[in-house]
Ligand binder design. Structure first.
Ligand code: URA
Length: 233
């Protein structure tokens, strides 16, 4: 599973399609050639690495780098939506056709590119995927126009206030983080023994596979406390 890189608190999130071979090997999104181009674009736009959070529409590499299937995209929906709900980034750049159709309900990148799309109280900026720009450099000028809009929107945002939301989120993230080392291991829960399948942060929830084909959601905080008290290992 390839999670993300950058700053979860960033106002600007950048979402690609799926990890490729380099990302799969390193566990870091956009760590190959497309990622190098993305980093150059950010640098040219004067956007620091600590000002962005970079993730993908799906967490795992589709075999042979094929386009993710609808089932694979659906399987990561909880994870994607949990992160967006919790951190509420105001600006999201969608790189390429898969991200555009996933976040903007079936719309084609060709119809959306270059626009600012307001939805769910945030602004989405669909643009070319850097891997596509590597294949067709003639599109770089158009992409740069898109990125200038993104940069201007980022610089135009009101300054941070240290709201309660961030503190609550911090607690949830701490609890979720403490559970990560247990992923894949057996844990004892109030419902019995199960395998900790996935840790994510929507309403502090954890997915547990209690029996084959049964998935149970637990608040991460509850499970983290149980583990802390050595009742659940
Ligand atoms: N392409 C993507 O969409 N994501 C990556 O992480 C790498 C390449």
């Amino acid at each position: 599973m390839v999670f993300a890189r950058g700053n979860l608190r960033a106002k600007l999130w950048i979402i690609g399609d799926a990890p490729g071979a380099d990302e799969d090997a390193q566990g870091v999104p956009f760590s190959g050639k497309a990622g190098q181009l993305l980093d150059k674009i950010l640098e040219a736009a004067g956007v620091g690495q600590d000002e962005v959070f970079i993730a993908n529409t799906v967490l795992c590499r589709p075999p042979g780098n094929r386009v993710p299937t609808n089932d694979e995209i659906a399987a990561c929906a909880v994870h994607r939506n949990a992160l967006l709900d919790l951190w509420q980034p105001p600006l999201v750049v969608l790189l390429g056709a898969t991200a555009a159709r996933t976040f903007l309900a079936g719309n084609r990148l060709a119809d959306l590119r270059g626009q600012r799309v307001e939805r769910d109280e945030r602004a989405y900026y669909p643009t070319f995927h850097p891997a596509y720009l590597l294949r067709d450099p003639s599109k770089k000028a158009l992409a740069w126009q898109d990125w200038q809009k993104v940069r201007d929107a980022l610089r135009g945002l009101p300054l941070d206030d240290s709201g309660e939301h961030v503190e609550q989120a911090d607690e949830a993230v701490e609890a979720a983080r403490s559970l990560v080392p247990y992923a894949g291991q057996s844990v004892m829960t109030p419902e019995g023994t199960g395998r900790l399948m996935q840790v994510f942060v929507e309403r502090c929830a954890v997915v547990l596979d209690i029996r084959p084909a049964k998935v149970t959601f637990f608040p991460t905080r509850v499970l983290a406390e149980l583990l802390l008290r050595q009742e659940a290992v």
